[in-house]
Design a protein around this ligand. Structure first.
Ligand SMILES: *Cc1c(COP(=O)(O)O)cnc(C)c1O
Length: 390
């Protein structure tokens, strides 16, 4: 069989090429141009003494495995895992911890992660301390005798704060702490945390990786085989796996990740510049803006600024008027899709966070988050212009 798609020089290939030629893109059995959807829960044992490579789809499904290989190649890790949602991936990763353990977490972490940590894992006696990871002193001060892990999200959501990945992972490694990073906003196209010393990279693949607002999925990549075996045991034991259909759909979306990211990001930069001059906008959060306080750190560890721009229109009233008047973006929870999505953290993604906590984290009643899609930037700006109060 030809091995043209598994050439030796895989390491040297650039990201755009890896997105198309990740090593399992052609069906070995038939040469089909797309990975077959193995819609089967179980696999026949032709010979009892030589069990088949796959025996049950929770433990291993060839379609899911192609996706798992794909994300491991893109992130530069040893093992990839696909889950039913981003939260299934995050929950499974947190179960690497045990009762009595403590974890240090980015304070403005995704709302669902905050809820998992504060209402579910607390019942398992896993405790967490939320810190502003832009301040390394706070990270260090949060260390306790039972600290076992650090969970980072950078840029954070929705105020796009930047943590210094290498600084924190180096410190954590010296103390034997496990490091996990939610890379949903940047994707491996822009940011590859394993290269910066992170042990476990996590994605809500529902967002940029799938890119079309039509699939829920989560992905995990480990930096080494030992961790890979531990995550495999959890994935199989908890049964938090992604189905074959969804695995296929996600791979289909991922192939265009780079071109989608490039186009959305170019528009996001224009939108951010335009918004920062608009009289009806009090503050714009985007790591590419000259006044972003941690811009240099972001540029050191990421190749781009992504397609999410958050901005504060000053009050809940104004935010509601804006959401009611926009004509192009979907007004919804979520991000990272072909269509622009405008969301309102205070009433959507961060509604479960107590108001005081939310305000302390800069998630004010006037803050909205714009995920820029593939529409023409001039149209998006015109639409925002008619929707914003002056
Ligand atoms: C959406 C999101 C999640 C949760 O993912 P689901 O696929 O919705 O379960 C986790 N982290 C970040 C940063 C997200 O945006």
């Amino acid at each position: 069989m030809s091995n043209h798609h598994q050439g030796k020089s895989n390491e040297d290939r650039r990201f755009a090429t890896k997105l198309i030629h990740f090593g399992k893109e052609i069906d070995e059995a038939t040469g089909a141009s797309s990975v077959p959807i193995y819609q089967a829960s179980t696999f026949h044992h032709f010979d009892l003494d030589n069990p088949p490579a796959h025996d049950y789809s929770r433990s291993g499904n060839p379609t899911r495995e192609a996706l798992e290989h794909y994300i491991a190649v893109l992130e530069g890790g040893t093992n990839g895992f696909a889950f039913a949602s981003g939260m299934a991936a995050i929950s499974t990763a947190f179960l690497l911890l045990s009762a009595g353990d403590h974890v240090i977490v980015t304070e403005d972490v995704y709302g669902g992660t905050y809820r998992l940590l504060t209402t579910i894992l607390t019942r398992m006696n896993i405790e967490s301390t939320f810190v502003d990871m832009t301040d390394f002193e706070q990270v260090k001060a949060a260390l306790k005798p039972n600290t076992k892990a650090v969970f980072l999200e950078t840029p954070s959501n929705p105020t796009l704060k930047i943590a210094d990945i290498a600084e924190i992972s180096g410190w954590a490694k010296d103390r034997g702490l496990l490091t996990m990073l939610d890379n949903t906003f940047m994707t491996p196209y822009h940011q590859r945390p394993i290269e910066l010393g992170i042990d476990i990279v996590i994605h809500s693949a529902t967002k940029f990786l799938s890119g079309h607002s039509d699939v829920l999925a989560g992905l995990v990549v480990t930096a080494d085989e030992t961790l890979g075996r531990r995550v495999k045991q959890l994935q199989n034991g908890l049964g938090t796996v992604l189905s074959a259909q969804e695995s296929w759909l996600l791979m289909r979306g991922m192939k265009t990740l780079q071109v989608r990211m490039e186009a959305s990001e170019a528009s996001a930069a224009k939108l951010a510049e335009w918004l920062s001059k608009h009289p009806g906008v009090e503050k714009v959060y985007y790591p590419g803006l000259a006044d972003h306080p941690r811009r240099e750190i972001h540029e050191k560890q990421s190749r781009g600024c992504g397609a999410v721009v958050s901005f504060d229109v000053g009050s809940g009233e104004r935010a509601r008027r804006l959401l009611g008047r926009v004509k192009l973006p979907l007004v919804a929870v979520s991000l990272g899709a072909v269509e622009s999505i405008l969301s309102y953290p205070a009433m959507m993604s961060h509604a479960s966070m107590p108001r005081e906590v939310r305000l302390a984290r800069g998630i004010t009643d006037g803050l909205v988050r714009y995920s820029v899609g593939l529409e023409d930037a001039a149209d998006l700006i015109r639409d925002l212009d008619q929707a914003l109060d002056n």
